[in-house]
Design a binder for this molecule. Structure first.
Ligand SMILES: Cc1cc2nc3c(=O)[nH]c(=O)nc-3n(C[C@H](O)[C@H](O)[C@H](O)COP(=O)(O)OP(=O)(O)OC[C@H]3O[C@@H](n4cnc5c(N)ncnc54)[C@H](O)[C@@H]3O)c2cc1C
Length: 441
């Protein structure tokens, strides 16, 4: 039975601890409570998610974990068929079966784009070329294949929703591996969309997604320590010394193995001595900040759509709006969740809570006609989402290679192989497997 510290009690760290159950595991987090970007609190009289609000069910990890924890009775699915895009003064249904905004048919673009833009996108089907052999920016690649309108009014807003990132910066290979299938972006999207089975795409827990991490940690049997930042990880003759807490109250724990499940910047600091090459690579991963502005309205919400994306070219502060009470049957009242902050929008997020509230409320009012909200809240996620820049997959390979040189050390979390909840769970399991593999061998 190994003694293991997991640094970071977000979903990745919790999943690692769960996979390591049976060993002596201590999970240490610097925040006052566990969960990281999964946090549920009361708003508008209901349990409301301030960070991640849903998880993908087309990959099994999150749903399987939920079932293993006995939370499956709480699983609810949204009505995702009624998502929209705000474009040129009105809401348009989001084309069905896209891969992060890349359409799987030309016809699905009609209405959202003008005829000239649709014809330009259709050129992709006849355009010669090879599917990309080396990584490129999503924007550069897709602007050439499909034209600017598809990128600006579909791909960029969808990438903004998932990564808070910009199409012209993000890696094609890391964010849209499906585009490697065929030189035609539309045919690649069609193949990927065709492979996806019918049925719901997302789910959440009726009592809030914030329950997932505490439930996972409780099932893991790990000891959980909160409010203690891990400050250093040192090598010892037999393993590692993990030093945590403020300088005036420093404590150290000696263990056989360590899983580092924190974002890239703190991971870089913690690995500086034990895996300097990995630390240097982690230091190069940038993050985008996000603010979630939540509103409760006295009036009923407009009923046609469950939410909409707002392309950056529209010049609005909000980048996504979710009519939570329409999207989720279990959310009572008239609650709306707005997301603000695309990579690079530093000045916007430096504004006060009051300014963000009035900007978001004005945007919503202008786009939907809703009057002023009766209750508002701002949740800031500084450095909330890692930006998978061109070359990200190679960078992650170099990080894993450098970490792999140190037996008993593993890393996991959103910085590596996907920012979504299932991907983070998968990375937590993989980190646990790395730790256990030498013991098993
Ligand atoms: C606003 C927002 C909305 C999102 N919505 C969705 C969504 O709907 N669906 C989805 O799938 N994904 C969503 N995501 C992405 C997803 O929530 C995150 O990528 C994921 O939860 C990250 O999990 P993690 O365990 O890697 O890291 P985190 O959740 O960041 O956890 C890391 C933990 O490490 C701790 N920590 C950091 N440094 C130290 C240290 N030195 N010592 C000790 N502890 C430390 C932190 O306190 C934190 O608890 C969203 C993200 C944001 C920001």
């Amino acid at each position: 039975m190994a003694r293991i510290v997991v640094v970071g009690a977000g979903i990745a760290g919790a999943a690692a601890a769960y996979a390591l159950r049976g060993h002596t595991v201590t999970v240490i987090d610097g925040a006052v409570s566990v969960g990281g970007k999964l946090r549920t609190s009361s708003f508008g009289g209901v349990a409301y998610d301030e960070g991640a609000e849903q998880f993908l069910v087309r990959t099994p990890e999150a749903l399987d974990l939920v079932a293993a924890l006995g939370l499956d009775a709480q699983v609810v699915h949204p009505d995702a068929s009624r998502a929209a895009v705000w474009s040129r003064g009105s809401l348009h249904p989001l084309p069905a079966r896209t891969v992060l905004g890349v359409p799987s048919s030309v016809q699905s673009l009609l209405g959202l784009l003008n005829v000239g833009e649709v014809v330009r996108a259709a050129a992709d089907l006849a355009m010669p070329g090879k599917s990309p052999r080396s990584d490129v920016a999503v924007g550069g690649y897709l602007r050439r294949r499909l034209g600017d309108a598809v990128v600006d009014r579909l791909v960029d807003p969808l990438l903004g929703g998932v990564y808070a990132g910009r199409a012209d910066e993000l890696s094609l290979f890391a964010t849209m591996p499906a585009m490697r299938a065929d030189p035609s972006a539309i045919r690649s999207a069609r193949a990927a969309a065709g492979a996806a089975d019918a049925g719901p795409v997302f789910a959440t827990l009726a009592g809030g997604l914030g329950q997932l991490v505490p439930a996972t940690l409780s099932a893991s049997g790990a000891q959980v320590v909160t409010g203690r930042m891990v400050r250093r990880i040192e090598r010892t003759a037999l393993g590692f010394r993990v030093v945590h807490g403020p300088t005036v109250d420093e404590q150290a724990v000696d263990v056989d193995a360590v899983v580092v499940a924190v974002p890239a910047a703190p991971a870089a600091r913690l690995l500086a001595d034990v895996a300097p090459l990995a630390a240097a690579e982690l230091g190069g991963i940038e993050y985008a900040s996000v603010a979630i502005v939540s509103f409760a309205y006295a009036d009923p919400l407009p009923g046609e759509f469950t939410g909409f994306l707002v392309p950056a070219v529209e010049g609005r502060a909000v980048k996504a709006v979710t009519f939570s009470s329409l999207k989720w049957a279990h959310v009572e009242g008239a609650l709306v969740r707005c997301s603000i902050g695309r990579a690079g929008e530093v000045e916007l997020l430096q504004r006060s809570d009051e300014e963000l509230i009035s900007l978001a409320a004005a945007d919503i009012s202008a786009m939907t006609g809703l009057p002023a909200p009766v209750e508002s809240r701002v949740t800031r996620w500084g450095g909330g989402l890692p930006q998978y820049a061109v070359g990200h997959l190679d960078r992650v390979e170099r990080i894993r290679a450098a970490v792999g040189l140190v037996p008993g050390l593993a890393v996991c979390g959103a910085a590596y192989d996907g920012v979504g909840v299932p991907a983070c769970i998968r990375s937590g399991y993989a980190a646990a497997a790395c730790i256990l593999a030498p013991a098993a061998g």
